[in-house]
Design a protein around this ligand. Structure first.
Ligand code: ADP
Ligand code: ZN
Length: 526
């Protein structure tokens, strides 16, 4: 007769059902828990909402000792602690925004070995006395949440995470589990390297989110387009991402003027303003948060029905994270990215001007170009996005914009020649709006002053609408055939790639831009 060494209630599956009320592990949770239970290190890559917390919470309760969870975000820690306390787990968090008496109580519980799980920010962990105090305790597991923050190449790098490499010196033999929703192979390698866990088992879930409808639209009129999308989601929660603080304020104001419950959110708000915005967002009421990327990690509202980007994210990883804030409850949700040639040019320009080390700039540039390629792709968006993370989706998703409305392409060689000649003839000193208006043969003060209305290219594109020419220009920028520079976003030719097209030595296929907003035609009554 074999008696179990531990009380049967402590087995992981029993903890899962007794404490958390889940009958079964989901996806890779069981394997992750198994690794930790066996005392081995592992790295868990799961999309947001995949159920990462269970991977360390169950072993923390199942193994003897206190579970240590390192997390970069105070709001996230407080949420987790509150949820754990609700199910009877003695959890606590130590971070900079704690009342002194609360901190003292948690410290006393910790020292007495009464704490099941301790959440701590990396700064607190490394503060004087903390490591000492912890090293006198038995730790069941060390969880490193948001582990991508350790990667200098990642989009959310936190230098303090670097010091986590030294954890094994302080806590030999305690299994470590690193968790992240960032999927790209480079970050994964960085995490293993920085945490000095080359032999850790890597458990990687699929990042496919079938309930997300991805659409990418050329920017025509931001406000009209965002209102179009929001109009399909009245009474629901939405996030609108903007590239700058000013823009979040401006867009939120315009939306409020049209009676949308819109709030700006960015890093320049005071802590009180931030907390108020978050409270409204979390309350479950319909709200449109108009935010910079500062509105990010740890934002946990399951029923966000739409995420709109008014500016292009810096990488497919950032894009995935941001659209991933929609539909965490698994219900159908819509994401729309608006982008234009100016965005592409601006993003490239900023990167160029950045003072980052060359090696880092190269990687950032590769990511940006991957993002640009994603916006211009004619194939399935979901497939293209997952491919950025090294994941192959066997069949097209069937519900992204390109799957719903297959993109036609056309031989754009002659149109490109017209654009390139115009840019050249007006001295490569003018922006896209002016170039398009010369092509269309629109008289203007500027055209008159510079004599552009007397050039042979004036009006050579009269047969096509303004929007068509903007689209051709955007695609030429995206492909690096036209470059943009200076404070006026002047268009210039990239000699090497423009010349073969101008000479007719190379054919250029272009995508046909959609003329109206996706699905709008089908859902509007007029
Ligand atoms: P992540 O940290 O990966 O974003 P969470 O740990 O917050 O995800 O979990 C997401 C949701 O999934 C939570 O609502 C959680 O309660 C639920 N969940 C996690 N594991 C299970 C499970 N085994 N069975 C059912 N629901 C689960
Ligand atoms: Zn698709």
């Amino acid at each position: 007769d074999t008696l179990q060494a531990e009380p049967p209630g402590d087995a992981p599956r029993a903890i899962l059902s007794r404490v958390f009320g889940f009958p079964d592990f989901r996806g890779l949770q069981e394997q992750a828990v198994g690794e930790v239970m066996a005392g081995r290190d592992c790295l868990v890559l799961m999309p947001t909402g995949g159920g990462k917390s269970i991977c360390y919470q169950v072993p923390a309760l199942s193994r003897p000792g206190t579970g240590l969870v390192i997390s970069p975000l105070i709001a996230l820690m407080d949420d987790q602690v509150a949820a754990l306390r609700q199910v009877g787990v003695n959890a606590g968090a130590l971070h900079s925004e704690l009342e002194p008496e609360d901190a003292a109580r948690i410290r006393a519980d910790l020292v007495a070995g009464r704490l099941d799980i301790l959440y701590v920010s990396p700064e607190r962990l490394l503060s004087p006395g903390m490591l000492d105090r912890l090293s006198r305790l038995t730790l069941s597991v060390i969880a490193i949440d948001e582990a991508h923050c350790i990667s200098a190449w990642g989009h959310e790098f936190r230098p303090e995470y670097r010091a986590l490499a030294r954890l094994p010196e302080h806590f030999p033999g305690v299994p470590r589990i690193a968790l992240t929703a960032t999927a790209d192979p480079r970050t994964q390698a960085d995490i293993l390297d920085a945490l000095a866990m080359p032999d850790a088992r890597v458990l990687r879930a699929s990042f496919h989110r079938p309930n997300l409808d991805i659409a990418v639209r050329p920017k025509i009129s931001e406000m009209r387009q965002v209102l179009d999308v929001l109009g399909r989601h009245a009474g629901e929660a939405a996030i609108v991402y903007c590239g700058s603080r000013n823009k979040t304020e401006r867009v939120a104001r315009s939306l409020r003027e049209r009676d949308w419950p819109a709030l700006p959110f960015h890093a320049g708000l005071s802590p009180i303003e931030k907390r108020a915005a978050l409270a409204r967002f979390r309350s479950g009421e319909p709200v449109v948060i108009v935010a910079t990327i500062a509105f990010g990690m740890g934002i946990d509202r399951p029923d966000v029905r739409t995420v709109v980007h008014l500016d292009m994210p810096s990488s497919p990883e950032a894009y995935y994270q941001q659209i991933g804030r929609a539909g965490r409850d698994g219900e159908k949700s819509e994401t729309v990215l608006l982008y234009g040639g100016d965005d592409i040019a601006r993003a490239r320009h900023w990167l160029d001007q950045s003072s980052a080390p060359e090696a880092q700039k190269r990687i950032m540039s590769a990511r940006l170009e991957a993002m640009i390629a994603l916006t211009e792709t004619t194939g399935c968006r979901t497939q293209a996005l997952l491919a950025c993370f090294g994941e192959t989706l066997a069949t097209a998703c069937g519900h992204c914009d390109n799957c719903r409305n297959p993109v036609a392409s056309f031989d754009g060689t002659v149109d490109a020649q017209k654009v390139l000649s115009t840019i050249y003839r007006i001295g490569q000193k003018f922006g896209a709006v002016h170039v398009a208006s010369i092509l269309r043969g629109k008289t203007s003060d500027m055209a008159g002053r510079w004599g552009h209305d007397r050039l042979s290219v004036f009006g050579i594109g009269k047969d096509k609408p303004e929007q068509f020419w903007r689209g051709v220009i955007r695609q030429l920028i995206a492909r690096g055939i036209v470059q943009v520079s200076g404070e006026y976003n002047a268009l210039a030719l990239n000699e090497a790639t423009a010349r073969p097209i101008l000479r007719g030595e190379e054919k250029l296929m272009l995508r046909v831009d959609p003329t109206d907003d996706l699905r709008a035609a089908g859902t509007r009554s007029n």
